[in-house]
Design a protein around this ligand. Structure first.
Ligand SMILES: Cc1ncc(COP(=O)(O)O)c(C=O)c1O
Ligand SMILES: [Zn+2]
Length: 460
């Protein structure tokens, strides 16, 4: 492996300090900073001889190979990840290399003819968390830690559990009780994680992780961990390769803890510095209305002050986060790329999810905020804000089967705002209309009746 770990160091995003990597983990700058302005980035002195055109060919060739490192959609881009000295440290489950798909139904729905999806739900544990986790657990192995921990709305815990077990490290997950779908919880349990259900929401779980873990030497792998961002940033290289290195006009992502948006920004920044691309796509973050601190910050006119949302609410539980750890990094990315931030209602999310389904593509509710947000921006935007000829990529972050109760409730007309995952059909809040509902039909076991129903449907 042609990587040299001493090319890498940690730098504070506020630019006032740099730290060597290891042997002790460090997540935040030691100098005092405003909330969230103390995060660290992994910064490299990339070799000067790095030739983008040659690397594009090498990366593409590796895609055809079967050995685990080349077959990984993270590690085939290993020249972008020179924090690893020894190939044997790398922990991979064959992540990345996910589908890039043109959209038809969703494109019509949002009035954007050039809309594409990148489906990160195709990863080993079914979400975009896996590429990042491959990076963070690799670093955990390098550091020689015995246990790793995360607070999670579900997908992070599933991913961490799988990668940690693969590396022989104990995974410890903190999850908000009753707010995680079985599609995610079942994975953490099966992969053998010590699973702690916290009385409280994600933000409380995160606070506990930050408070307890450093004291007992457990390595934190939430997106506050800069090596998560490293693994995750390769999604940008993979996407650009799939687009033949033609930079799209816009990349749209759901916003929860904001690690995803941050990693896309890190990937873009490095690829531009290294000469792979000449311009940036506009990073556009969409949040759920009940969990929208970035949106609230932006419309307040003072986005540097995080507008924390106490008691965040949304049925898209993956993004039910009111105090995102990576707020600053994501905000930097939106600003630097001339991007956009918006939020959408529960009804808009549910309808967008059904429309993505009509493209033959399953995604979990949090992923659907991308299409819902685009619809809102297109409808509200003036031509200066949004050109309908833009080439737009929406990133779908999770596999639909992570949360199957939600679409069944929607299509059956039983989805309510305020439901918890435990009881997605409870009548806690206003009913969500099944605008694009597709109810299952009860039919008698009578061939003639069934034939007529089918013939009527075909005739429409
Ligand atoms: C499916 C899905 N989409 C989006 C997000 C939000 O990503 P981030 O927390 O990095 O903003 C998450 C985070 O848990 C997720 O699981
Ligand atoms: Zn600092």
């Amino acid at each position: 492996m042609s990587t040299v770990a001493n090319l890498a160091r940690l730098e504070c995003i506020s630019g006032d300090a740099a730290y060597p990597i290891g042997p002790d983990p460090i997540y935040q700058c030691k100098n005092p900073h405003e909330l969230g302005a103390n995060l660290l980035d992994v910064i490299y002195d990339f070799p000067k001889k790095l030739d983008p055109e040659k690397l594009k060919v090498i990366w593409r060739k590796r895609r055809m190979l079967d050995n685990p490192l080349d077959a990984s959609g993270v590690w085939r881009f290993r020249e972008l990840l020179p924090f690893v000295d020894e190939e044997s440290s790398i922990v991979t489950l064959g992540e990345g290399n996910t589908r890039f798909l043109q959209s038809f139904e969703s494109a019509k729905y949002v009035s954007l003819p050039r809309l594409y999806f990148k489906h990160q739900g195709d990863n080993p544990t079914g979400s975009f968390k896996d590429p990042g986790m491959s990076g963070a657990i690799t670093q955990a192995k390098i550091l020689g830690v015995k246990a790793v921990a995360c607070a999670s709305t579900g997908n992070t815990s599933a991913s961490m559990a799988a990668y940690a077990k693969r590396a022989g490290i104990l995974p410890i997950v903190f999850i908000p009780e009753g707010q995680i779908s079985y599609g995610k919880l079942s994975q953490a349990l099966d992969f053998g994680a010590l699973t702690l259900q916290i009385e409280g929401d994600f933000d409380k779980a995160m606070e506990l992780v930050m408070q307890i873990m450093p004291e007992i030497g457990v390595y934190i792998v939430n997106s506050i961990n800069p090596f998560r961002i490293e693994g995750q940033k390769t999604i940008v290289a993979e996407l650009l390769e799939q687009m033949e290195w033609q930079v799209p006009d816009r990349i749209v992502v759901p916003g929860g803890n904001l690690g995803h948006a941050s990693s896309i920004w890190k990937g873009l920044r490095e690829l531009k510095t290294l000469g792979f691309i000449k311009k940036y796509p506009k990073i556009t973050v969409v949040q759920a209305r009940g969990a929208d601190p970035l949106y609230r910050g932006v419309i307040s006119g003072n986005p540097d002050n995080m507008a924390i949302v106490e008691d965040a609410r949304t049925l898209a539980t993956a993004i039910k986060i009111g105090k995102p750890v990576s707020y600053r990094k994501a905000l930097d990315g939106v600003r630097a790329t001339n991007g956009w931030v918006t939020e959408v209602s529960e009804q808009q999310i549910a309808d967008a999810k059904a429309i993505i389904g009509r493209d033959g593509i399953g995604a979990e509710p949090a992923s659907a905020v991308t299409v819902a947000g685009l619809k809102r921006i297109v409808e509200e935007g003036t031509d200066e804000v949004f050109d309908r000829e833009e080439r737009v990529v929406a990133i779908l972050t999770g596999n639909m089967l992570k949360d199957p109760d939600y679409p069944v409730a929607y299509h059956s007309g039983k989805l309510h705002e305020g439901s918890t995952t435990k009881s997605i059909v409870s009548k806690d809040g206003p009913k969500i209309k099944s605008t694009f509902g597709n109810k299952p039909m009860r039919v008698p076991a009578d061939p003639n009746v069934i034939k007529n129903i089918i013939l009527q449907k075909i005739a429409v």
